[in-house]
Design a protein around this ligand. Structure first.
Ligand code: DGJ
Length: 547
């Protein structure tokens, strides 16, 4: 599935993931539901832990699932379930006691010296069989209870799968056998079909071997490669059992990231990220192996624009059948700008923040400064939601994101002779150039505890003459590209003159009705329009018509 679907229509999931322990006791979830509503999300992502769902072998606690669905309906929210089973943060904490206690049947990963670690072995068939049975039961429960209403929109299969245990591979007899077996042909075929991919690079460097074992084929990387392959197969087999039951439900896996082009720590799998997780280096193995999973989704908490964007770019591959979905991210700061980049430039299909409850003040009612920033984004995105997928498909959506202390950026590529300069307030923007409700608000000095929030905007082009905007702390000036003959008209000496000198235009604020028709709520004129298209999170969608 290239998008999350609800009743046959693509659904833009904007939401929050609860903290890990929240869903065990439904009665304690008041602040959890409230936090999603307060940030303006439409989806709560919350765990269904294997140990809660199948406390005894073959005895399934379906009520755990159906109670959550009932409450979500009552709250008018959608749900994404997180299947915490064989893997959670590269460990096996959430497997039931009847699995943990039976080490003979459910084998653990072994270190080289034979010491067992907490993690179940991905190479042991009994582990996968038990997980798969439980997962199938979970999906059957969801289908039987919810396929009509479709409150549950997605399921995350496992969590940050990999070995976070101080080893790059499993030295158990099963693990040893896998490591010394020939690398499956599907990986070699993938290297041949994708000669420029990372995996193909390692394969070529090691002599383009076929039918050889993992060390011979991939050298040093072979130890992590065999782990990645086993985990990808395992998760995909678990997922396939669910897809057979409820094919229309979106299923994805999430990723504990490596350091990408910057590296991280000692750059050691098993220490700096769970070995075998679908990191940038292992992604080719996952893409070559996964058949049932809908996408591989990064937990993007990166703190620099460069890395944030690099992660977005790495995991956005709709052309290979793996669209960008961000299941976890920070509630504030650069993520607020980069979320716009992901939606506009990389066609993200959904975006969630992590730890929704900690968007609230200690009173568990009002939003704290982080939550306020998330709320700003979700308000804009929900206002623009009727446009987002259509304009992604038409390639007529752009983002302008303030990185570091940038004063402005130029957006190019529109149909017609148009360029746009997007200024970010606080730099060369001016607080007086909005309307009086915003001027009154902005005349109050900002709360010093507020974390820096980047200026950002989304721009949609309907036609050569009609544009829609949402944004915050940004002002757009629409300009005509200067003449081809090399002359520069005098108005270009001052960019503020450009906007007023555009062919006449109308600027309005509004919303989309149920039929997708733009309804004008406020007309901007004179002072409110002549200084450019100023954007704040609470103005709804701004439409500009050039005449
Ligand atoms: C990533 C995991 O997927 C989440 O469950 C949670 O543990 C967060 N990290 C934050 O700790």
């Amino acid at each position: 599935m290239s998008r999350i679907m609800v009743k046959g229509k693509p659904f833009l999931s904007l939401g929050g993931q609860s903290h890990n322990s929240s869903s065990y006791v439904l009665d304690n979830m008041g602040p959890t539901w409230h936090s999603i509503k307060a940030i303006g999300g439409n989806t709560l992502a919350t765990p269904v832990p294997w140990d809660a769902f199948e406390p005894e072998e073959g005895q399934f606690n379906r009520k755990f699932v159906t109670d959550l669905i009932d409450e979500a309906r009552h709250q008018d929210l959608k749900l994404a379930f997180l299947w915490f089973a064989t893997w959670k943060n590269g460990s096996s904490q959430y497997v039931p006691a009847w699995v943990k206690g039976n080490r003979e049947r459910f084998q653990r990963c072994l270190l080289k010296d034979g010491t067992p670690i907490h993690q179940l072995s991905a190479h042991c068939p009994a582990n996968m069989e038990a997980d798969r049975k439980a997962y199938a039961e979970l999906i059957r429960t969801i289908r039987d209870y919810d396929s009509e209403e479709q409150t549950v929109i997605a399921v995350q299969v496992e969590n940050e799968a990999g070995i976070q245990g101080g080893t790059r591979r499993d030295f158990s007899p099963y693990g040893e056998a896998a490591y010394h077996a020939a690398v499956p042909a599907e990986l070699i075929d993938y290297c041949k079909d994708n000669p420029n991919c990372i995996l193909a690079g390692v394969w070529k460097k090691n002599g383009e071997r076929e039918g050889a074992d993992w060390a011979e084929t991939f050298g040093y990387y072979g130890a992590e490669a065999v782990t990645a392959y086993a985990i990808a197969r395992y998760i995909d087999d678990v997922c396939a059992a669910g897809k057979e039951i409820y094919p229309d439900l979106f299923m994805y896996l999430n990723v504990w990231l490596d350091g990408g082009s910057r590296g991280k720590g000692q750059n050691l799998a098993g220490i700096d990220w769970p070995s075998g997780c679908a990191t940038s280096r292992n992604l080719d193995i996952y893409y070559a192996t996964l058949k049932a999973i809908d996408t591989v989704a990064p937990d993007n908490y990166q703190t620099t624009h460069f890395r944030h964007k690099e992660v977005t770019d790495t995991y956005a591959h709709p052309e290979k059948g793996f669209p960008l979905y961000v299941p976890e991210s920070a509630k504030f700061g650069i993520n607020m700008g980069q979320m716009f980049y992901a939606l506009a430039e990389k066609k993200a299909i959904g975006y969630h923040i992590f730890g929704s409850e900690t968007a609230l003040m200690p009173d568990l009612k009002t939003l704290n400064p982080m939550g306020i920033q998330t709320m700003h984004n979700f308000r804009m995105l929900r206002d623009a939601a009727p446009l987002i997928f259509e304009y992604q498909d038409r390639d007529r959506i752009w983002s302008a994101v303030q990185e570091e202390k940038e004063e402005s950026v130029v957006v190019d590529g529109f149909d017609g002779d148009i360029l746009m300069k997007v200024c970010f307030i606080g730099n060369d923007g001016d607080w007086t150039k909005t309307d009086y409700p915003h001027r009154n608000e902005e005349a109050v000095p900002p709360d010093p505890t507020l974390l820096p929030e980047p200026g950002r905007a989304l721009i949609f082009q309907e036609s050569e003459k009609v544009f829609y905007f949402v944004g915050h702390n940004a002002t757009v000036t629409i300009e005509k590209r200067p003449p081809v003959d090399g002359s520069i008209p005098a108005v270009y000496a001052d960019y503020t003159l450009l906007h007023v000198n555009m062919d006449s235009y109308s600027t309005t604020q509004g919303h989309f009705d149920e039929d997708g028709k733009f309804v004008v709520d406020i007309v901007r004129s004179g002072d409110e329009s002549r200084h450019g298209v100023w954007l704040r999170y609470d103005t709804g969608v701004v439409r500009v018509k050039l005449v």
